[in-house]
Ligand binder design. Structure first.
Ligand code: CU
Length: 167
């Protein structure tokens, strides 16, 4: 009986054990961020340098929302418009939708005047999108995430969060 148990469940248990003990930077980290009025859920995201991140963005709201990550908010005509320092600069990002690769340009809004940095915008009800990238070690530290839709009003209404890269 014991032997039957291990034959049946041994590989499963071993697999779970290996999965739980995988060292940091091993497997990809799957993160999902839901966007709505006017928040990110969760609003704190922790990733590790060197680890592949699979970040899925879902718009669960009734308005268009976007994700930008960076530091130091810049203004355009007195409205928050993005970050002076863009987290994604120098990071190569792939995108998938429904498990199929897509062109990132589809997700970037028209280059808005005064807009800064890498941004993914989703209309309400639009199919979720997954961004795949590996965070280099020079990005270690704390970053902000934000949505600057509607002339920066989403940011002002609190659509902000923290993005923490651990070494
Ligand atoms: Cu928004």
């Amino acid at each position: 009986m014991k032997r039957v148990f291990w034959t049946l469940f041994g590989p499963l248990i071993l697999g779970l054990w290996l999965g739980a003990c995988a060292p940091g930077g091993g497997g990809p980290l799957a993160v999902q961020i839901a966007m709505s009025e006017y928040q990110f859920e969760p609003n704190v995201v922790r990733v590790k340098a060197g680890q592949e991140v699979r970040l899925t963005l879902v718009n669960k709201g009734k308005e268009a929302h976007e994700l930008m990550v960076g530091r130091n908010v810049v203004t355009h005509e007195g409205r928050p418009a993005g970050f002076a320092q863009d987290f994604f600069e120098g990071i190569s990002v792939r995108a998938e939708r429904g498990g199929k690769p897509i062109d990132l340009k589809e997700l970037m809004e028209e280059e808005e005047e005064g807009a800064h940095g890498f941004m993914v915008a989703l209309e309400p009800g639009e199919e979720p999108v997954t961004l795949i990238f590996t965070v280099p070690s020079d990005k270690v530290g704390e970053w902000e995430m934000g949505c600057f839709e509607n002339d920066g009003s989403h940011w002002q209404l609190g659509m902000q969060g923290k993005w923490i890269v651990q070494p």
